[in-house]
Design a protein around this ligand. Structure first.
Ligand code: ZN
Ligand code: ZN
Length: 271
């Protein structure tokens, strides 16, 4: 069978209870993070007509459990390499346990360094540092078949380096974590609110709007708002903030807004 030339992103889950997304070219399939149980990741892939056995590699952004909870079991089952930075791997190794409470060891590890691009199959992956309270957190851009995809969640703000890496993305999945008013008035203890709002916490709807209205190049056909807080945000609030910020940049061809969810996958977005 001749595969259609296409690059796609399928967000299997996004939010503080688990993150996992699939980025595919016609020849290569990469799973970004494994923050749901192995069983749930497999179930959601099948819901999206994706075969888990076709995964070529798993790439990890950082060691928070909402990004690695299912990693060990999934990597073992699929027998695929895990691409991870050295410090993130170290940190993962220190606390990761199997269901019996024993320390686990990933069998196939490929270490990468933030800022240094590498190839997996026909995809060029560029990891870049993001400001977040993990040991060595990264966002990614992927290039294949002339298409550039960006994934950037779990960051306290948008430094110039991040804005630089996100230029020219045709599909961009980006964090719109919380509404500042809802967070301030919400149920979290003050210490948690401070963490979320800090420079190494999560990107608010307002901070994303500021980026979209000023620095963003408006090039993406699809913008996927991601890692929405279930308590301190609402999909319609996030959508409206982004719509307002994009203003006239939204058109028939550009900046279609989609929302990634925690409870169900966002079907493949393809170019
Ligand atoms: Zn997260
Ligand atoms: Zn995180």
């Amino acid at each position: 069978m001749l595969a259609a030339m296409a690059v796609s992103i399928t967000v299997l889950a996004s939010g503080s209870n688990g993150n996992c997304a699939l980025v595919s070219s016609s020849a290569t399939r990469l799973l970004i993070d494994a923050g749901l149980s192995c069983r749930e990741i497999m179930r959601r892939m099948k819901l999206c007509d994706e075969d888990p056995q076709s995964i070529d590699a798993i790439l990890i952004t950082h060691e928070h459990s909402d990004h690695v909870a299912g990693l060990y079991v999934l990597a073992k089952k699929l027998k695929v390499p895990v691409y991870i930075t050295g410090p993130t791997h170290e940190s993962y190794r220190r606390w990761a346990r199997d269901s019996a409470g024993n320390k686990v060891r990933l069998e196939r590890v490929e270490c990468f360094s933030s800022g240094r691009a590498f190839e997996v199959g026909d995809v060029t992956v560029t990891p870049f540092t993001i400001p977040h309270d993990a040991v060595d957190p990264v966002g990614f851009t992927f290039r294949s078949e002339g298409i550039k995809v960006g994934i950037c969640t779990d960051l306290g703000y948008m430094p110039a380096s991040v804005r630089h890496h996100l230029r020219g993305c045709h599909m961009l999945m980006i964090e719109s974590n919380h509404d500042l008013e809802l967070l301030r008035g919400g149920p979290y203890p003050w210490s948690v609110k401070q963490r979320v709002m800090s420079r190494v916490g999560h990107l608010s709807n307002e901070a994303l709007a500021e980026f979209l209205a000023s620095e963003y190049d408006g090039e993406a056909e699809f913008l996927i708002l991601a890692h929405l807080s279930e308590r301190n945000n609402h999909p319609e609030i996030a959508r409206m903030a982004a719509e307002r910020a994009l203003g006239e940049q939204r058109s028939f061809l550009r900046n279609h807004l989609l929302l990634a969810a925690q409870q169900e996958p966002l079907p493949a977005v393809r170019l």
